[in-house]
Design a protein around this ligand. Structure first.
Ligand SMILES: Cc1cc2nc3c(=O)[nH]c(=O)nc-3n(C[C@H](O)[C@H](O)[C@H](O)COP(=O)(O)OP(=O)(O)OC[C@H]3O[C@@H](n4cnc5c(N)ncnc54)[C@H](O)[C@@H]3O)c2cc1C
Ligand code: FES
Length: 277
């Protein structure tokens, strides 16, 4: 029987410094057969293992159709993520995955797509944005909203600028604090929602970022007439097994690693209102 906890070896093909504390690792499995067999859906994640340090869940940010390599964008916050930060091109690490349920891309076909992200919450959204962009004719309007604390924290600035040029696409960015080169809004993401031009009765909203931000955005979207079952949230919890065994990631009866990380709001609204969850 194959051990589900056994990572596969992957090599860093490229390392990109994105911003203060944030970096992207472009990876390829060293075994060509493993690399060929690997596929994922937007919104899924891998467990990255740094031998002797630990293992953490990280979203896959590349387009699922890019067969050459797959990317992880990581903020260094603690032991493992800062350990990964020290790796360079050519170094190797362990990867197992992909895990979890991704974004409802098929259900969004023919509808407006509203994306709201906060902080590095944009990481799980990037592969989904690229998915819509590559299949632009299948979807209605595309609204991309991103809130960050400081304008210096914005990564993928050129991607946002390119997405803003696409037909039927609106890119709205806001920073709590900003430097002189910031052409977008001041404030948090709430200031953007009323400027977004979409059909509340025919849209799929996809949110990621801090839980409080997602709940506040959900309230705002519902006040604009979006139904709770058209709103999807990517949740974060501490994880160990990533396969629904250890219970570390539980929210009530749900396992974020197996039943999520993407949940329909109607499915978890009661759980989110419970204190401490
Ligand atoms: C499904 C899923 C997808 C994820 N995708 C990404 C991703 O694409 N990119 C990414 O950078 N992270 C992502 N994360 C978060 C990432 O897994 C954690 O940042 C990581 O587990 C931290 O481990 P560590 O050993 O580096 O830090 P630890 O040593 O465990 O923590 C050190 C300190 O950092 C704090 N901390 C831990 N996590 C975070 C956090 N997310 N933000 C701020 N402070 C934190 C802790 O409270 C603690 O004080 C994802 C998490 C989940 C569940
Ligand atoms: S991480 Fe073990 S059950 Fe989810």
């Amino acid at each position: 029987m194959i051990n589900p906890y056994l990572p596969q070896e992957a090599e860093i093909v490229e390392r990109i410094e994105e911003a203060r504390d944030i970096f992207t690792l472009r990876l390829r499995f060293t075994d060509p057969a493993v690399h060929r067999a690997y596929s994922f859906a937007p919104g899924q994640f891998n467990m990255l293992w740094l031998p002797g340090v630990g293992e953490i869940p990280i979203s896959i940010v590349s387009d699922p159709e890019d067969e050459h390599m797959y990317n992880h964008t990581i903020r260094g916050v603690g032991r493992v993520s800062n350990g990964l930060r020290t790796l360079r091109q050519g170094d190797r690490l362990g990867v197992r995955g992909p895990y979890g349920r991704g974004w409802p891309m098929q259900g969004a076909v023919g509808r407006d797509v509203v994306i709201a992200t906060g902080g590095l919450g944009c990481a799980p959204a990037v592969s989904m944005i690229n998915y819509v962009v590559r299949r632009r004719e299948q979807f209605g309007r595309l609204i991309i909203m991103q809130g960050i604390k400081h304008s210096n924290d914005l990564i993928w600035r050129s991607s946002y600028e390119q997405w803003a040029e696409l037909p039927d696409t609106q890119v709205l960015l806001a920073a709590g604090e900003s430097g002189p080169q910031w052409p977008w809004a001041q404030g948090n993401i709430m200031v953007l929602i009323d400027r977004a031009d979409f059909d509340p009765e025919n849209c799929t909203a996809m949110l990621c970022g801090p839980q409080g931000m997602m709940v506040a955005v959900t309230d705002h979207l519902m006040a604009r007439g979006v139904s709770d079952d058209d709103i999807w949230l990517s949740m974060e919890r501490n994880m160990q097994c990533a396969i629904g065994h250890c219970g570390h990631c539980q929210i009530g009866a749900k396992f974020v690693c197996r039943d999520g990380p993407v949940f329909n709001y109607a499915e978890i609204a009661d759980l989110l209102s419970e204190p401490g969850l």
